[in-house]
Design a binder for this molecule. Structure first.
Ligand SMILES: Cc1cc2nc3c(=O)[nH]c(=O)nc-3n(C[C@H](O)[C@H](O)[C@H](O)COP(=O)(O)OP(=O)(O)OC[C@H]3O[C@@H](n4cnc5c(N)ncnc54)[C@H](O)[C@@H]3O)c2cc1C
Length: 417
Protein backbone atom coordinates (compact mmCIF):
# COMPACT_ATOMS: atom_id res chain seq x y z
CA UNK A 1 0.00 0.00 0.00
CA UNK A 2 1.37 3.44 -0.85
CA UNK A 3 2.14 5.69 2.07
CA UNK A 4 0.64 9.20 2.12
CA UNK A 5 3.32 11.91 2.13
CA UNK A 6 2.95 15.52 3.24
CA UNK A 7 5.53 18.22 3.62
CA UNK A 8 4.36 19.46 7.00
CA UNK A 9 1.99 17.75 9.39
CA UNK A 10 0.19 19.66 12.13
CA UNK A 11 -1.15 17.56 15.01
CA UNK A 12 -4.25 19.10 16.61
CA UNK A 13 -6.83 21.55 15.26
CA UNK A 14 -7.47 23.77 18.23
CA UNK A 15 -6.74 27.46 17.77
CA UNK A 16 -3.02 26.63 17.49
CA UNK A 17 -3.51 24.19 14.61
CA UNK A 18 -5.80 26.63 12.78
CA UNK A 19 -3.33 29.51 13.20
CA UNK A 20 -0.50 27.26 12.05
CA UNK A 21 -2.40 26.30 8.92
CA UNK A 22 -2.98 29.95 8.04
CA UNK A 23 0.70 30.84 8.28
CA UNK A 24 1.88 27.69 6.49
CA UNK A 25 -0.48 28.54 3.63
CA UNK A 26 0.80 32.12 3.58
CA UNK A 27 4.33 30.73 3.21
CA UNK A 28 3.20 28.35 0.46
CA UNK A 29 4.04 25.27 2.54
CA UNK A 30 1.94 22.19 1.68
CA UNK A 31 0.51 20.74 4.86
CA UNK A 32 -2.17 18.68 6.53
CA UNK A 33 -3.77 19.16 9.96
CA UNK A 34 -4.94 16.04 11.82
CA UNK A 35 -7.50 16.38 14.62
CA UNK A 36 -8.64 13.38 16.63
CA UNK A 37 -12.07 14.87 17.35
CA UNK A 38 -13.52 18.17 16.09
CA UNK A 39 -11.99 21.59 15.45
CA UNK A 40 -11.50 23.40 18.79
CA UNK A 41 -12.80 20.33 20.60
CA UNK A 42 -11.57 21.35 24.04
CA UNK A 43 -13.65 24.52 23.93
CA UNK A 44 -16.72 22.32 23.45
CA UNK A 45 -16.21 19.28 25.64
CA UNK A 46 -13.56 20.06 28.25
CA UNK A 47 -14.95 23.28 29.74
CA UNK A 48 -17.91 24.03 32.00
CA UNK A 49 -21.29 24.96 30.47
CA UNK A 50 -21.41 28.64 31.43
CA UNK A 51 -17.79 29.47 30.51
CA UNK A 52 -17.26 32.61 28.47
CA UNK A 53 -13.94 33.86 27.12
CA UNK A 54 -11.78 35.66 29.66
CA UNK A 55 -11.09 38.44 27.19
CA UNK A 56 -13.58 40.53 25.20
CA UNK A 57 -14.37 39.49 21.62
CA UNK A 58 -12.34 42.34 20.08
CA UNK A 59 -9.22 40.89 21.75
CA UNK A 60 -9.63 37.11 22.07
CA UNK A 61 -9.60 36.41 18.34
CA UNK A 62 -7.23 36.18 15.38
CA UNK A 63 -6.37 39.35 13.42
CA UNK A 64 -8.01 38.05 10.22
CA UNK A 65 -11.64 37.85 11.40
CA UNK A 66 -14.00 39.40 13.95
CA UNK A 67 -16.77 37.57 15.81
CA UNK A 68 -19.74 38.16 13.54
CA UNK A 69 -22.97 39.46 15.09
CA UNK A 70 -21.40 39.75 18.52
CA UNK A 71 -20.67 42.85 20.62
CA UNK A 72 -16.90 43.35 20.38
CA UNK A 73 -16.71 44.38 24.06
CA UNK A 74 -18.67 41.34 25.28
CA UNK A 75 -17.29 37.93 26.27
CA UNK A 76 -18.05 35.11 23.85
CA UNK A 77 -19.59 31.92 25.27
CA UNK A 78 -17.36 28.87 24.81
CA UNK A 79 -19.48 27.41 21.96
CA UNK A 80 -19.18 30.73 20.10
CA UNK A 81 -15.41 30.56 20.54
CA UNK A 82 -15.35 27.03 19.09
CA UNK A 83 -17.65 28.09 16.21
CA UNK A 84 -15.32 31.01 15.54
CA UNK A 85 -12.42 28.64 14.90
CA UNK A 86 -14.57 26.38 12.71
CA UNK A 87 -15.55 29.45 10.64
CA UNK A 88 -11.97 30.68 10.58
CA UNK A 89 -10.70 27.31 9.34
CA UNK A 90 -13.31 27.40 6.57
CA UNK A 91 -12.37 30.96 5.64
CA UNK A 92 -8.68 30.09 5.17
CA UNK A 93 -9.49 26.71 3.55
CA UNK A 94 -7.42 24.95 6.19
CA UNK A 95 -6.72 21.34 5.14
CA UNK A 96 -8.00 19.79 8.39
CA UNK A 97 -8.88 16.10 8.65
CA UNK A 98 -11.04 15.47 11.73
CA UNK A 99 -11.48 12.15 13.52
CA UNK A 100 -7.88 11.06 12.95
CA UNK A 101 -5.64 10.57 15.97
CA UNK A 102 -1.87 10.65 15.76
CA UNK A 103 -0.65 7.64 17.72
CA UNK A 104 3.09 7.83 17.20
CA UNK A 105 5.74 9.95 15.48
CA UNK A 106 9.29 8.61 14.91
CA UNK A 107 12.25 9.95 12.95
CA UNK A 108 12.98 7.97 9.79
CA UNK A 109 16.23 6.02 9.92
CA UNK A 110 18.74 6.79 7.15
CA UNK A 111 16.42 9.22 5.39
CA UNK A 112 14.91 12.60 6.24
CA UNK A 113 11.53 13.12 7.78
CA UNK A 114 9.19 11.34 10.14
CA UNK A 115 6.94 8.32 10.10
CA UNK A 116 3.55 9.13 11.58
CA UNK A 117 1.25 6.35 12.73
CA UNK A 118 -2.34 7.51 12.83
CA UNK A 119 -5.67 5.88 13.59
CA UNK A 120 -6.17 5.96 9.84
CA UNK A 121 -2.87 4.65 8.51
CA UNK A 122 0.72 5.85 8.10
CA UNK A 123 1.79 9.28 6.86
CA UNK A 124 5.33 10.51 6.13
CA UNK A 125 6.18 14.14 6.81
CA UNK A 126 9.30 16.31 6.58
CA UNK A 127 8.19 18.41 9.54
CA UNK A 128 5.75 17.79 12.37
CA UNK A 129 4.17 20.49 14.53
CA UNK A 130 2.73 19.37 17.86
CA UNK A 131 -0.24 21.69 18.42
CA UNK A 132 -1.97 19.51 20.98
CA UNK A 133 -2.54 22.21 23.54
CA UNK A 134 -1.04 23.89 26.59
CA UNK A 135 -3.53 22.16 28.89
CA UNK A 136 -3.62 18.48 27.97
CA UNK A 137 -3.74 16.29 31.04
CA UNK A 138 -5.67 17.37 34.16
CA UNK A 139 -3.49 17.34 37.27
CA UNK A 140 -5.05 16.26 40.57
CA UNK A 141 -2.51 16.27 43.41
CA UNK A 142 -2.47 13.03 45.39
CA UNK A 143 -3.88 14.54 48.56
CA UNK A 144 -7.21 12.79 49.11
CA UNK A 145 -7.25 9.03 48.37
CA UNK A 146 -9.58 7.87 45.58
CA UNK A 147 -11.16 5.55 48.10
CA UNK A 148 -12.37 8.44 50.29
CA UNK A 149 -16.14 8.77 50.45
CA UNK A 150 -16.20 12.02 48.51
CA UNK A 151 -16.68 12.98 44.85
CA UNK A 152 -13.47 14.38 43.34
CA UNK A 153 -13.30 15.89 39.87
CA UNK A 154 -10.90 18.13 37.99
CA UNK A 155 -12.11 21.52 36.74
CA UNK A 156 -12.01 20.18 33.16
CA UNK A 157 -14.73 17.66 34.10
CA UNK A 158 -16.90 20.22 35.90
CA UNK A 159 -20.01 21.23 33.91
CA UNK A 160 -22.57 22.82 36.26
CA UNK A 161 -23.72 22.78 39.91
CA UNK A 162 -26.43 20.14 39.24
CA UNK A 163 -23.71 17.61 38.46
CA UNK A 164 -22.51 17.62 42.08
CA UNK A 165 -24.06 15.70 44.97
CA UNK A 166 -26.02 17.57 47.63
CA UNK A 167 -23.81 19.16 50.28
CA UNK A 168 -20.87 21.52 50.46
CA UNK A 169 -17.96 21.69 48.04
CA UNK A 170 -14.28 22.48 48.37
CA UNK A 171 -12.75 24.15 45.31
CA UNK A 172 -8.97 23.88 45.30
CA UNK A 173 -7.18 26.53 43.25
CA UNK A 174 -8.23 30.12 42.68
CA UNK A 175 -6.98 30.98 39.23
CA UNK A 176 -9.54 31.91 36.59
CA UNK A 177 -11.13 28.44 36.60
CA UNK A 178 -11.30 27.90 40.37
CA UNK A 179 -12.50 31.43 41.13
CA UNK A 180 -15.25 31.28 38.49
CA UNK A 181 -16.42 27.79 39.40
CA UNK A 182 -16.52 28.64 43.13
CA UNK A 183 -18.54 31.77 42.34
CA UNK A 184 -21.02 29.78 40.22
CA UNK A 185 -21.44 27.13 42.91
CA UNK A 186 -22.02 29.75 45.58
CA UNK A 187 -24.62 31.53 43.41
CA UNK A 188 -26.38 28.15 43.02
CA UNK A 189 -26.83 28.04 46.80
CA UNK A 190 -24.05 25.63 47.69
CA UNK A 191 -21.83 25.99 50.75
CA UNK A 192 -18.41 26.68 49.22
CA UNK A 193 -14.85 26.56 50.57
CA UNK A 194 -12.17 28.00 48.26
CA UNK A 195 -8.49 27.15 48.69
CA UNK A 196 -6.39 30.08 47.46
CA UNK A 197 -2.71 29.99 46.48
CA UNK A 198 -0.51 32.74 44.99
CA UNK A 199 -2.17 34.52 42.06
CA UNK A 200 -2.13 37.66 39.94
CA UNK A 201 -5.29 39.73 40.16
CA UNK A 202 -5.54 42.33 37.39
CA UNK A 203 -8.49 44.74 37.58
CA UNK A 204 -11.14 43.77 35.00
CA UNK A 205 -11.42 47.38 33.83
CA UNK A 206 -9.66 50.57 34.76
CA UNK A 207 -10.17 54.11 33.55
CA UNK A 208 -12.47 52.93 30.79
CA UNK A 209 -10.30 50.14 29.38
CA UNK A 210 -10.36 46.37 29.85
CA UNK A 211 -7.34 44.75 31.49
CA UNK A 212 -6.44 42.97 28.23
CA UNK A 213 -5.90 46.41 26.71
CA UNK A 214 -3.78 47.54 29.64
CA UNK A 215 -1.66 44.39 29.61
CA UNK A 216 -1.24 44.92 25.87
CA UNK A 217 -0.12 48.56 25.90
CA UNK A 218 2.05 47.94 28.97
CA UNK A 219 3.82 45.12 27.10
CA UNK A 220 2.78 42.48 29.65
CA UNK A 221 1.41 39.94 27.15
CA UNK A 222 4.71 40.18 25.31
CA UNK A 223 6.90 39.63 28.36
CA UNK A 224 9.44 37.12 27.04
CA UNK A 225 9.45 33.50 28.17
CA UNK A 226 10.40 32.99 31.78
CA UNK A 227 13.80 31.79 32.85
CA UNK A 228 13.76 28.00 33.29
CA UNK A 229 12.53 27.09 36.75
CA UNK A 230 10.63 30.33 37.35
CA UNK A 231 7.12 29.57 38.58
CA UNK A 232 4.16 30.67 36.47
CA UNK A 233 1.73 32.65 38.63
CA UNK A 234 -1.90 32.01 37.75
CA UNK A 235 -4.12 34.96 36.76
CA UNK A 236 -7.54 35.27 38.41
CA UNK A 237 -9.84 36.97 35.88
CA UNK A 238 -13.44 36.45 34.82
CA UNK A 239 -15.56 37.38 31.83
CA UNK A 240 -18.66 35.93 33.53
CA UNK A 241 -21.72 38.15 34.16
CA UNK A 242 -20.43 40.81 31.78
CA UNK A 243 -16.91 40.69 33.21
CA UNK A 244 -15.84 41.74 36.69
CA UNK A 245 -12.72 41.88 38.82
CA UNK A 246 -12.37 38.72 40.88
CA UNK A 247 -12.89 39.88 44.46
CA UNK A 248 -12.21 37.21 47.07
CA UNK A 249 -13.26 39.49 49.92
CA UNK A 250 -16.65 40.04 48.27
CA UNK A 251 -17.08 36.28 47.83
CA UNK A 252 -16.28 35.81 51.53
CA UNK A 253 -18.78 38.57 52.40
CA UNK A 254 -21.40 36.53 50.53
CA UNK A 255 -20.70 33.46 52.63
CA UNK A 256 -17.82 31.67 50.91
CA UNK A 257 -15.11 30.38 53.25
CA UNK A 258 -11.62 31.14 52.01
CA UNK A 259 -8.70 28.93 53.08
CA UNK A 260 -4.99 28.85 52.25
CA UNK A 261 -3.15 26.50 49.91
CA UNK A 262 -4.25 22.87 50.31
CA UNK A 263 -1.41 20.82 51.78
CA UNK A 264 -2.59 17.40 52.86
CA UNK A 265 -5.46 15.26 54.07
CA UNK A 266 -5.22 12.88 57.00
CA UNK A 267 -8.14 10.82 58.30
CA UNK A 268 -10.70 12.94 56.46
CA UNK A 269 -9.19 16.19 57.77
CA UNK A 270 -7.83 18.66 55.20
CA UNK A 271 -4.81 20.74 56.15
CA UNK A 272 -4.26 24.18 54.66
CA UNK A 273 -1.12 26.34 54.69
CA UNK A 274 -1.13 29.47 56.85
CA UNK A 275 -0.60 31.58 53.74
CA UNK A 276 -4.10 32.89 53.02
CA UNK A 277 -3.59 36.43 54.28
CA UNK A 278 -0.31 36.66 52.36
CA UNK A 279 -1.84 35.29 49.11
CA UNK A 280 -4.77 37.71 49.30
CA UNK A 281 -2.41 40.63 50.03
CA UNK A 282 -0.08 39.66 47.20
CA UNK A 283 -3.05 39.51 44.79
CA UNK A 284 -4.05 43.02 45.83
CA UNK A 285 -0.47 44.24 45.50
CA UNK A 286 -0.55 42.91 41.93
CA UNK A 287 -3.80 44.83 41.27
CA UNK A 288 -2.25 48.03 42.59
CA UNK A 289 0.91 47.57 40.55
CA UNK A 290 -1.19 47.34 37.35
CA UNK A 291 -3.10 50.50 38.39
CA UNK A 292 0.19 52.33 39.04
CA UNK A 293 1.59 51.36 35.67
CA UNK A 294 -1.68 52.28 33.96
CA UNK A 295 -1.68 55.72 35.63
CA UNK A 296 1.93 56.27 34.58
CA UNK A 297 1.01 55.30 31.00
CA UNK A 298 -1.90 57.77 31.01
CA UNK A 299 0.30 60.56 32.35
CA UNK A 300 3.19 59.84 29.97
CA UNK A 301 0.92 59.88 26.94
CA UNK A 302 -1.26 62.78 28.09
CA UNK A 303 -4.43 60.68 27.71
CA UNK A 304 -7.81 62.03 28.72
CA UNK A 305 -9.00 58.91 30.55
CA UNK A 306 -11.45 59.36 33.47
CA UNK A 307 -9.89 59.12 36.94
CA UNK A 308 -10.95 56.06 38.98
CA UNK A 309 -9.61 56.41 42.54
CA UNK A 310 -12.17 53.91 43.88
CA UNK A 311 -10.30 51.14 42.03
CA UNK A 312 -7.68 51.42 44.78
CA UNK A 313 -10.11 50.88 47.61
CA UNK A 314 -9.55 47.55 49.35
CA UNK A 315 -12.18 46.28 51.77
CA UNK A 316 -11.34 44.91 55.21
CA UNK A 317 -10.17 41.31 55.39
CA UNK A 318 -13.07 39.04 56.35
CA UNK A 319 -12.79 36.84 59.42
CA UNK A 320 -11.89 33.74 57.41
CA UNK A 321 -8.78 35.63 56.23
CA UNK A 322 -7.76 37.19 59.55
CA UNK A 323 -8.40 33.98 61.46
CA UNK A 324 -7.97 31.29 58.81
CA UNK A 325 -9.05 27.69 59.09
CA UNK A 326 -5.94 25.49 58.97
CA UNK A 327 -7.73 22.15 59.42
CA UNK A 328 -11.13 21.10 58.15
CA UNK A 329 -12.93 17.84 58.85
CA UNK A 330 -14.65 17.28 55.50
CA UNK A 331 -17.51 15.14 56.81
CA UNK A 332 -18.23 17.44 59.77
CA UNK A 333 -18.25 20.45 57.41
CA UNK A 334 -20.75 18.64 55.18
CA UNK A 335 -18.40 18.65 52.19
CA UNK A 336 -19.41 15.97 49.70
CA UNK A 337 -17.30 17.00 46.71
CA UNK A 338 -13.93 18.49 45.80
CA UNK A 339 -13.18 20.28 42.56
CA UNK A 340 -9.49 20.39 41.76
CA UNK A 341 -8.79 23.53 39.72
CA UNK A 342 -5.14 22.68 39.95
CA UNK A 343 -3.97 22.96 36.38
CA UNK A 344 -2.74 20.66 33.66
CA UNK A 345 0.34 18.79 32.47
CA UNK A 346 1.67 18.13 28.99
CA UNK A 347 1.44 14.67 27.40
CA UNK A 348 3.64 14.01 24.40
CA UNK A 349 3.79 10.25 24.88
CA UNK A 350 3.01 9.84 21.15
CA UNK A 351 6.04 11.91 20.10
CA UNK A 352 8.99 9.47 20.16
CA UNK A 353 11.76 11.91 19.25
CA UNK A 354 14.71 13.51 20.98
CA UNK A 355 12.97 16.77 21.89
CA UNK A 356 12.48 16.39 25.64
CA UNK A 357 14.56 16.90 28.74
CA UNK A 358 14.94 14.36 31.55
CA UNK A 359 11.64 15.57 33.09
CA UNK A 360 9.79 15.03 29.80
CA UNK A 361 9.48 18.78 29.15
CA UNK A 362 9.90 20.02 25.55
CA UNK A 363 13.42 21.27 24.76
CA UNK A 364 12.86 24.18 22.40
CA UNK A 365 13.54 27.79 21.46
CA UNK A 366 10.30 29.63 20.69
CA UNK A 367 8.79 26.29 19.62
CA UNK A 368 11.69 25.14 17.45
CA UNK A 369 12.61 21.88 19.16
CA UNK A 370 15.94 20.25 19.81
CA UNK A 371 15.00 17.58 17.22
CA UNK A 372 15.30 19.15 13.74
CA UNK A 373 11.93 19.05 11.97
CA UNK A 374 9.85 18.89 15.15
CA UNK A 375 8.06 22.03 16.37
CA UNK A 376 5.81 22.84 19.32
CA UNK A 377 2.99 25.35 19.25
CA UNK A 378 0.70 26.64 21.99
CA UNK A 379 2.94 25.86 24.96
CA UNK A 380 2.52 28.08 28.02
CA UNK A 381 5.23 30.74 27.77
CA UNK A 382 6.41 29.32 24.44
CA UNK A 383 7.87 32.70 23.53
CA UNK A 384 5.92 35.11 25.76
CA UNK A 385 3.21 35.36 28.34
CA UNK A 386 0.50 35.43 25.65
CA UNK A 387 1.68 32.21 23.97
CA UNK A 388 -1.06 29.91 25.24
CA UNK A 389 -3.82 32.46 24.60
CA UNK A 390 -5.82 33.01 21.43
CA UNK A 391 -4.11 36.10 20.13
CA UNK A 392 -0.63 35.03 21.24
CA UNK A 393 -0.57 31.63 19.55
CA UNK A 394 -1.29 33.26 16.19
CA UNK A 395 1.96 35.25 16.43
CA UNK A 396 3.98 32.22 17.54
CA UNK A 397 2.57 30.27 14.58
CA UNK A 398 3.80 32.97 12.22
CA UNK A 399 7.32 32.61 13.62
CA UNK A 400 7.26 28.81 13.23
CA UNK A 401 6.02 29.00 9.62
CA UNK A 402 8.93 31.30 8.86
CA UNK A 403 11.41 28.89 10.50
CA UNK A 404 10.00 25.93 8.54
CA UNK A 405 10.16 27.98 5.36
CA UNK A 406 13.85 28.77 5.95
CA UNK A 407 14.69 25.08 6.43
CA UNK A 408 12.74 24.08 3.31
CA UNK A 409 14.73 26.55 1.26
CA UNK A 410 18.03 25.11 2.49
CA UNK A 411 16.83 21.58 1.72
CA UNK A 412 15.72 22.65 -1.77
CA UNK A 413 19.10 24.18 -2.60
CA UNK A 414 20.89 22.52 -5.51
CA UNK A 415 24.45 23.65 -6.23
CA UNK A 416 24.86 24.73 -9.83
CA UNK A 417 27.15 22.60 -11.90
C1 LIG B 1 -10.93 26.90 31.27
C2 LIG B 1 -10.08 27.59 30.25
C3 LIG B 1 -10.48 28.82 29.77
C4 LIG B 1 -9.68 29.49 28.84
N1 LIG B 1 -10.11 30.71 28.39
C5 LIG B 1 -9.34 31.39 27.51
C6 LIG B 1 -9.75 32.66 27.02
O1 LIG B 1 -10.81 33.15 27.38
N2 LIG B 1 -8.96 33.32 26.14
C7 LIG B 1 -7.79 32.77 25.70
O2 LIG B 1 -7.10 33.40 24.89
N3 LIG B 1 -7.37 31.59 26.17
C8 LIG B 1 -8.12 30.88 27.04
N4 LIG B 1 -7.68 29.66 27.50
C9 LIG B 1 -6.34 29.18 27.11
C10 LIG B 1 -6.27 28.60 25.69
O3 LIG B 1 -6.80 29.53 24.77
C11 LIG B 1 -7.02 27.29 25.54
O4 LIG B 1 -6.46 26.35 26.42
C12 LIG B 1 -7.01 26.72 24.12
O5 LIG B 1 -7.85 25.60 24.07
C13 LIG B 1 -5.62 26.30 23.65
O6 LIG B 1 -5.68 26.04 22.25
P1 LIG B 1 -4.68 25.03 21.53
O7 LIG B 1 -5.09 24.93 20.11
O8 LIG B 1 -3.28 25.41 21.82
O9 LIG B 1 -4.92 23.64 22.27
P2 LIG B 1 -6.26 22.77 22.41
O10 LIG B 1 -7.46 23.61 22.40
O11 LIG B 1 -6.02 21.88 23.55
O12 LIG B 1 -6.28 21.94 21.05
C14 LIG B 1 -5.46 20.82 20.82
C15 LIG B 1 -6.20 19.90 19.88
O13 LIG B 1 -5.35 18.79 19.61
C16 LIG B 1 -6.14 17.62 19.52
N5 LIG B 1 -5.25 16.48 19.77
C17 LIG B 1 -4.58 16.20 20.91
N6 LIG B 1 -3.82 15.10 20.76
C18 LIG B 1 -4.00 14.68 19.49
C19 LIG B 1 -3.47 13.61 18.72
N7 LIG B 1 -2.60 12.74 19.24
N8 LIG B 1 -3.87 13.47 17.43
C20 LIG B 1 -4.75 14.35 16.87
N9 LIG B 1 -5.28 15.40 17.56
C21 LIG B 1 -4.90 15.57 18.84
C22 LIG B 1 -7.21 17.82 20.59
O14 LIG B 1 -8.37 17.07 20.31
C23 LIG B 1 -7.48 19.33 20.48
O15 LIG B 1 -8.57 19.65 19.63
C24 LIG B 1 -8.46 28.93 28.40
C25 LIG B 1 -8.06 27.69 28.91
C26 LIG B 1 -8.86 27.02 29.82
C27 LIG B 1 -8.41 25.67 30.35
Amino acid sequence: MSIEKVDTLVVGAGQAGVAMSEHLSNCGIPHLVLERQRIAERWRSERWDSLVANGPAWHDRFPGMEFSGFDADAFAPKERVADYFVDYAAMIHAPIRCGVEVMEVRRNVGQPGFRVETSNGVIEANSVIAATGPFQKPVIPTVVPDTADIVQIHSNAYRNPEQLPRGGVLVVGAGSSGAQIADELQRSGKRVYLSIGPHDLPPRRYRGRDFVWWLGVLGKWDVPALEPGTEHVTIAVSGAHGGHTVDFRRLAGQGMTLVGRTESCKGGVMHFAADLVENIAQGNANTLSVLDEADAYVARNGLDFPEEPEAREVGADPQCVTDPILELNLAEAGITSIIWATGFALDYSWLKVDAFDEDGKPKHQRGVSAEPGIYFLGLPWQSRRGSSFIWGVWHDARYLADQISIQREYRAYNPSA
